[in-house]
Each structure stands twice: as C-alpha cells, then as structure tokens.
Design a protein around this ligand. Structure first.
Ligand code: NAD
Length: 453
C-alpha cells in the first residue's frame, strides 16, 4: 500500500486543471501563508522553544519575520515576476515576438531540515506557490513540535487541493522520493543531498540542493580584535551554532589568536553572562544524538573557552578550541554546534591555500581593516556566498541569491530567485503565419545567393 499515491494524484489533478496558474489564486495562497504566521505566532514560538530552546528574539528575527518579509515581497512583485520577459532578436526573427515565459513546473517537493524549521520550510514554499506550483512539503521529523504545527495548522490556511504536508523520517522520505516530482527542493546535509539527487535522477527531475559544509572565517592581523570577536561570537553561537552559514572555524596567525581569545571571552560573557547555561538567549542542541556527537568534538585540540556540557538538557557552553590539528574529527565534519576551533596559518597565502584544498563552502568570511585583503580572499576562493567583515548578513538580502556551489549545493533561492527556481523558463517565439515569401529563402535548393543572407 503506497501511503502517498492518493495525495500526489489529487495534487497532480489540481495542477492539470490549471487552478494554480492565475495570479489571483497564487496571491490568495501567499496571503493565507501570511495569516498562518500572524495568527499562530505564539504557537510557533512555543514550538521553537520546545524543539531548540529558541529565544523569542531569535524565533521572531530568524524564523517568523524573515518568512513574513518574503511573503510580502512576493505579493508586491508577483505580477511583475510572472510577466513574459521580452528578449533581443536576430535578423531572422525581427518580425517575430520572442520572450521567456515563466511557467510553473507542476508538482514540487520541498524537504526541510530541523535547524530553522519554520524559515526553511516557508521560504521555499513562498517561491513554489508564487510560481503557481502544487506543493508537497516534508518538514523535518526531528524538530517535532514545529513539525506538528506545520502538519496540523498550516494546511488550514492553504488550498488543500494544491498543497499537502507529509510526515516521516528517512524511510518514509525514501518512499516518497520513489514518486515522480517536477522539481525537488532539498535543504539538508550533503549526505542526504546525494540520496535525493540519486532518487531524482531516476525520473530526470531537476533538483535544488541547499546543503552544508565547513565555512571558513579568515581573520587578518590588521583588525580590531574586539569588533571581530563580537561579530564572530554572535553568528557562531546564534541558534547554538546550528546554522548552515555559521563560521565553522577561524584561520588566523598565532599572534591574532592571542588577541582574539580574551576578546571572544569578553563577547561571550557579555552576550550570555557568567553562566551561559542560565541565559535565555542560548539554545540547546536539538537531540541526544547530536549532543553526543558534539560532546565528542570537545576532546579535539585544547579547550580555551567554555567546554562545559550537560546531557540532562543537551547543554553545551559556547566553546573555543585551540591547538587543533587538521586531521582531528572537528576539522573533518561540519560542526553544527557552539564549538569554534581556531587554526593557525602564516598569513593570507596559507589561509587561501587551506580554503582551496577543501570542498567549496556554503559561506566564507574574511575580516580585515585592509579592504585589499578582503578582496583578495574573495577573488582567490569560491563559495556559495561571501561576507566581508561580518557574519551571515549577506543572506538577509532578498536581492541576493542564496545557495551553495560544489559540495555545498546547487541552485539558489530568496526573493525573485525563489520564483525563478520554481519556474520553468520556457523559450517562446511567435511568428506570423504569413510573410512566406521572406521566410522561403531558407528552403532548399540552396544557391550561393542564399549564403549572402
Ligand atoms: P538531513 O540531511 O539529515 O535531513 C534533512 C531532511 O532530509 C529531513 O527532512 C529528513 O527527514 C530527510 N532525510 C534524512 N535522511 C534521509 C534519507 N536517508 N533519505 C531521505 N530523506 C532523508 O539534515 P538535517 O540534520 O535536518 O540538517 C542539518 C544539515 O542541513 C546540515 O548539513 C546543514 O548545513 C544543512 N543545512 C543547509 C541549509 C542551507 O540553506 N544550505 C540550511 C539549513 C541546514
């Protein structure tokens, strides 16, 4: 018995009926999504607190407001985005109409992770609905409380003939992936990204893969250590380090490390107090499995700051590790927790070489008072996104595409990029049925005279 067949059949029939194509229908769905956020703000905040001990501030800023802004942007621009895009023409098509039509793919699947369980389900959903698709949404089974709200409450705000939430972990998602979709948008680990892409290949389904990896953060000797420490500590420990674009490790000289350590300690104490465990602004590790994995990483190198942990509430203190070797586990896997190793390099060349010997990261950061240093890191490396002299601020702009490159993913989204990601860009040329005398020049038999055209 296939648990998904009926749902998928229903959504396919809706898409074939053309119901999701008009701008009015799309706008109604987007408004419904907005109402879901407004009317269930508290419910969502409670669920996020249960899943991740997320503070109200973090829930509001990084989950609810950002999703609401995305909806508002799509509503303001929907008709402009849907418009056919006229293109330039060559001599042979001067009398024709040539344009790109953005048409919905059809039935799309969105698979989401647990770390920003509202943001990372709703942001792609906005793009998929704005583009006129029918959508199957598969939230993460690990962020259980949020999954429950998304499954039980969200469908009430959307047209259920074109939208469905399905639940499950690896096994159920594997079954779901056996079906044919017209596009799959996956956010998660590179390991599961490969499983998704392999399943999609069987149906030649295009995929967007928003993956993770190790994001380097280069800190130049020419910097103000306290400013750098404030910014790095803020974005490393935001959401308890469980952020795909968080800096995974710092590269700097031993001299800069010596200046950074007291500055990082000072920033951590100011942000979370003398006992970070009591801070309402520090979250917890999502589950026991991840907690055990992270606790194992605390034995790499030497703990310079923090290092305390308690499995009774999956607490890990904001931690900085030094004397870390490249070969240790903390440098072999994405950390995805509140642990920040510092590795020493002798200058910019060695840092760039270190970065380029590894997979292309999702995000790359460089801090320096010398803009030439930041520009060199940008010019001589590659990553999904880059931010000079701060943390993930680049991804707050909906005017910039957000996505990875190489092992950190393929494709991108946010703002109009989401609309385009969920649209087929159809090549269109409309020609007059007349004017045959002019067009006949291309038909055989050919003569040298034809070649002059
Ligand atoms: P994950 O890959 O384990 O799971 C993601 C989704 O895939 C979940 O919905 C899960 O149910 C499903 N899944 C898990 N195993 C599966 C399998 N064997 N077959 C089919 N589906 C399966 O990722 P996660 O632990 O939820 O999230 C953490 C990862 O996601 C990190 O690597 C992080 O960097 C990455 N991430 C990336 C972004 C981004 O925007 N690029 C954002 C957030 C998280």
């Amino acid at each position: 018995m296939d648990p998904f067949a009926d749902t998928l059949q229903r959504l396919r029939e809706t898409f074939s009926s053309g119901r999701t194509r008009p701008a009015e229908f799309r706008a109604t769905q987007l408004k419904g999504l907005g109402r879901f956020l407004q009317e269930n703000k508290q419910l969502l905040q409670e669920a996020l607190a249960q899943d991740l001990h997320k503070s109200t501030f973090e829930s509001q800023v990084s989950e609810i407001s950002i999703s609401q802004s995305e909806i508002n942007l799509a509503l303001r621009n929907l008709r402009a985005w849907m418009k056919d895009e006229k293109v330039s023409k060559n001599l042979a098509t001067q009398l024709d109409s040539a344009f790109i039509r953005k048409e919905p793919f059809g039935l799309v699947l969105i698979i989401a992770p647990w770390n920003y369980p509202v943001n990372l389900t709703l942001m792609p959903l906005v793009g998929a609905l704005a583009a006129g698709n029918c959508v199957v949404l598969k939230p993460s089974e690990i962020s259980k409380s949020t999954e429950k709200v998304l499954a039980e409450v969200l469908p009430r705000y959307l047209d259920q003939s074109c939208f469905a939430v399905v639940l499950g972990g690896p096994e159920e998602t594997g079954q779901l992936l056996e079906h044919k979709f017209d596009h799959i948008f996956f956010t998660g680990s590179p390991r599961v990204g490969k499983i998704v892409m392999t399943a999609a290949a069987k149906h030649l389904t295009p995929v967007t893969l928003e993956l993770g990896g190790k994001n380097p953060c280069y800190v130049d000797d020419n910097c103000d250590p306290q400013t750098v420490a404030n910014r790095v500590a803020w974005f490393r420990y935001f959401n308890t380090g469980q952020t795909c674009v968080a800096p995974d490790y710092i590269l700097c000289s031993p001299e800069t490390q010596a200046r950074l350590l007291p500055a990082l300690q000072s920033a951590i104490t100011r942000f979370y107090g003398d006992d970070p465990r009591a801070s309402p602004d520090l979250g917890r590790i999502i589950n026991h499995k991840h907690f055990q994995r992270l606790r194992g990483l605390l034995s790499c190198g030497r703990v310079a700051i923090g290092g305390q942990s308690d499995d009774s509430d999956r607490y890990i203190a904001p931690t900085v590790l030094v004397d870390v070797q490249e070969t240790e586990p903390v440098m072999q896997e994405e950390i995805f927790g509140p642990i920040l190793p510092i590795l020493n390099v002798r200058g910019l060349d060695e840092a760039i070489d270190f970065i380029n010997r590894r997979e292309k990261p999702l995000a790359l950061y460089a801090f320096s008072n010398n803009s030439q240093v930041v520009k060199r890191v940008l010019a001589q490396t590659s990553s999904g996104g880059f931010c000079g002299n701060d943390g993930f601020m680049h991804m707050t702009l909906s005017s910039l595409p957000f996505g990875g490159v190489g092992a950190s993913g393929m494709g991108n989204y946010h703002g109009k990029f989401s609309f385009d990601t969920f649209s087929h860009h159809r090549t269109c040329l409309l020609r007059s049925p007349g004017l045959e005398k002019i067009y006949a020049i291309r038909y055989p038999p050919h003569s040298p005279r034809n070649l002059r055209v």
